[in-house]
Write a protein that binds this ligand. Structure first.
Ligand code: TK8
Length: 339
């Protein structure tokens, strides 16, 4: 009898202990963030996602984990944006240009030649204008944490070296799924076709399109040099990436958890910009070594292209709203006056 009672007690104790362990495990089970991105792991985007993940984990004391899923394995930018809005995915990084269908103000960043250098880019994006545009995402179910650098975009194609506007005639050029880009390249005389980034390499390889435009870093990391012969230095627009969180997920986080994500995002941003700029500075040499033929536009031709593209400004101003457009111009003047 005594033995039975003792063993019952033992069973009771064991199950009590197991129960507590299970409850604790429940408490400390880390939150999992599925973080999607479009470029390869071996790219400026992939490297920065890794830094973000490490910092999220470190700053949360292991309570939040970030699972990075690159190469558009979770779908192109537009599909991931919808997954974030619906709450089926927690985070992503992608081009602001593909967000225009959701938040029209994002088209501001598509304005050709809006930003002249990295100092202007950082000041504008991290300042009140960048914040204002980012804040517009919330009513659409997204939270924008920080802007990363995609970079100044340049033109590649497989038909001919583009030395003047007329050389673009008839070139079938992939653009992002965005009307400003579509209009810009139509205005320049190219046959512009919108395509998601994830389909671009094979479209170039099968010659479904002749060319595309992206920063040096991406031309390198996406191996476009394997399927593109000519690169023209145009720097026609500065393109940002934006780190996004699903608002549904964000709303369920504690204040501390939000602070962790915000802080890790800022660390990743600072890393990403430095890394991207270092890579871009030597990428042209690397692309040349890979066999690309590179040309710069003469000052006269660059001016003609710029002139033609400024026709797009009026369209952007109308779609983002005249107030935001004017505030942006004023902010840029302020940034440029600061030496
Ligand atoms: C990556 C894209 C890419 C962009 C493009 O998902 O589509 O050309 O420059 O960086 O967002």
């Amino acid at each position: 009898m005594k033995t039975l009672r003792l063993s019952l007690l033992a069973v009771g104790l064991v199950s009590l202990t197991l129960g507590t362990v299970a409850a604790q495990a429940q408490d400390i089970k880390p939150r999992l963030i599925r973080f999607g991105y479009g470029l390869a792991e071996a790219s400026n985007q992939g490297r920065a996602v890794k830094v973000l993940g490490e910092n999220v984990e470190k700053l949360s004391g292991g309570k939040i984990k970030l699972r990075a899923i690159g190469g558009a394995a979770l779908g192109p930018d537009t599909q991931m944006q919808q997954a974030l809005i619906g709450g089926a995915q927690e985070m992503m990084v992608g081009s602001t240009a593909t967000l225009v269908g959701i938040t029209k103000e994002m088209a501001l960043w598509d304005t050709p030649f809006l930003i002249n250098n990295s100092k202007e880019a950082d000041a504008l994006l991290d300042g009140p204008i960048g914040d204002k545009v980012k804040a517009k995402l919330e009513e659409k179910g997204l939270v924008g944490l920080v802007y990363w650098e995609n970079g100044f975009r340049n033109l590649t194609n497989n038909k001919r070296a583009v030395a003047k506007l007329e050389d673009l005639d008839g070139i079938k050029l992939r653009v992002m799924q965005n009307n400003v880009f579509l209009d810009s390249f139509k205005t320049l005389g190219a046959n512009a076709v919108p395509l998601p980034f994830s389909e671009l390499f094979s479209a170039l390889e099968t010659k479904a399109v002749d060319g595309q435009e992206n920063p040096y870093n991406t031309i390198l990391s996406a191996k476009f040099y394997e399927v593109q012969k000519y690169l023209t230095v145009t720097n026609h627009v500065y393109s940002p990436w934006i780190v996004l969180v699903s608002k549904k997920f964000w709303d369920g986080l504690s204040k501390d958890e939000r602070a962790v994500l915000q802080k890790a995002a800022v660390i990743s941003r600072d890393f990403e910009r430095k890394d991207t700029r270092e890579e871009a500075a030597k990428a042209l040499g690397d692309l040349k070594a890979k066999g690309m033929q590179i040309n710069e536009l003469s000052p006269a031709e660059a001016a003609r292209m710029r002139d033609r593209l400024t026709r797009i400004n009026a369209t952007v101003a109308t779609s983002v709203g005249m107030d935001l457009w004017n505030e942006t111009q004023a902010e840029l003047a302020k940034i440029r006056a600061k030496k």
